[in-house]
Design a binder for this molecule. Structure first.
Ligand SMILES: [Ca+2]
Length: 339
């Protein structure tokens, strides 16, 4: 429609009627001039229109071919992806995915996985004795092997300022061998109630120094008892922060021995207010803490209204937030087959 209007306008502009004379011959010639011009312009318009339609058809056909090619390409890729998924389900993973041990392999923890000959670090499906369903857990097969990892901090990408239900079920990056996560308080209870466990905490500061703390008889009670914490003898070079260190006064207000779990929406601590609300984490708070490995991620020394960093008091005090932490357990009487 726009082209037709343009043509009509062109005719008007390009073919004006000249001043006519009273001579009939001249009159006819003058009269015919704009008519000729109009006919020529109409033919020109038809040619252009026809040519444009041809061009459109060719472009449409070209696009149809391209769409068909892309559809075929997509179908091939989709099939390739499907084949790869099927292949990965048929063999054990060697990366960050779950190690597939087959239907017969039901292990109660990572120590059982290790004992059965699977010595590769990674995710396995574990079903603790009292758990109703298998759960994806990260098995650390270093340092003697058989460690079930409960918690990992390393870069602050995961928020640990979470409520009761998140800590109960667990949260975080359970699809990567390098992400941050909390295994879940129910799982902590299942794992530590089926066998006497040793807890090993490895920590690193921003100067690249590594330290560790080991606790025998680490135990977490069930939800009814608010996941109450108990632990035995300490060993290591990071200091006994979980028990409040060596100072009796600090031990009185900060030791985590016998403490119940507190989150911002479930206050079970010994403090008048809520430690989890003030320190932005879920933990076995007292009044409030000498260790808070679920605190906010800072870059080493920090200042804040409360001591809410990733704290291990007996190593770096309350105002230094650690670079990385791993909490892991295995049965106390575990033997690593000589490794
Ligand atoms: Ca309180």
């Amino acid at each position: 429609m726009r082209l037709e209007l343009a043509t009509a306008l062109s005719v008007t502009l390009l073919c004006p009627i000249k001043n006519s004379t009273w001579s009939s011959r001249l009159f006819i010639m003058d009269y015919m001039k704009p008519l000729n011009c109009f006919l020529w312009m109409t033919i020109f318009h038809l040619i252009i229109t026809h040519s444009t339609e041809d061009k459109c058809q060719r472009e449409t056909e070209k696009l149809r071919v391209q769409i068909k090619t892309l559809e075929n390409h997509y179908a091939k890729r989709h099939q390739l992806l499907k084949n790869l998924r099927n292949q990965s389900a048929e063999r054990p993973e060697t990366g960050n995915g779950i190690m597939n041990l087959g239907d017969k392999s039901v292990h109660a923890d990572c120590a059982h996985v290790f004992k059965s000959g699977n010595k590769e670090t990674g995710f396995y499906m574990i079903k603790p004795t009292n758990s109703t369903v298998p759960v994806k857990m990260y098995c650390d097969m270093s340092e003697g092997g058989g460690w079930t990892v409960l918690q990992r901090r390393m870069d602050g990408t995961e928020s640990f300022d979470r409520g009761w239900s998140d800590y109960k079920r667990g949260f975080g990056a359970m699809d990567s061998g390098t992400g941050e996560f909390w295994l879940g308080n129910d799982n902590l209870h299942f794992l530590t109630s089926q066998e006497e466990c040793t807890l090993r905490i490895t920590m690193e500061d921003f100067e690249g120094v590594r330290r560790f703390a080991v606790y025998k008889n680490f135990k977490v009670s069930d939800e009814k008892n608010k996941y109450q914490l108990s632990f035995g003898e300490y060993a290591g070079n990071a200091g006994n922060a979980l028990a409040g260190g060596d100072h009796p006064e600090v031990q009185w207000w900060a030791s985590h021995q016998g403490m119940k779990f507190t989150t911002f929406d479930s206050d079970n601590d010994q403090y008048g207010q809520n430690c989890a609300q003030e320190d932005k984490s879920g933990w076995w708070f007292n009044r409030c803490h000498s260790a808070n490995l679920n605190g906010l991620y800072y870059q080493g020394p920090y200042s804040a209204v409360t001591d809410n960093g990733i704290v291990w008091y007996t190593w770096h005090g309350w105002w230094y937030s650690l670079k990385s932490v791993v909490m892991k357990i295995r049965p106390t009487h575990f033997e690593s087959n000589g490794i």
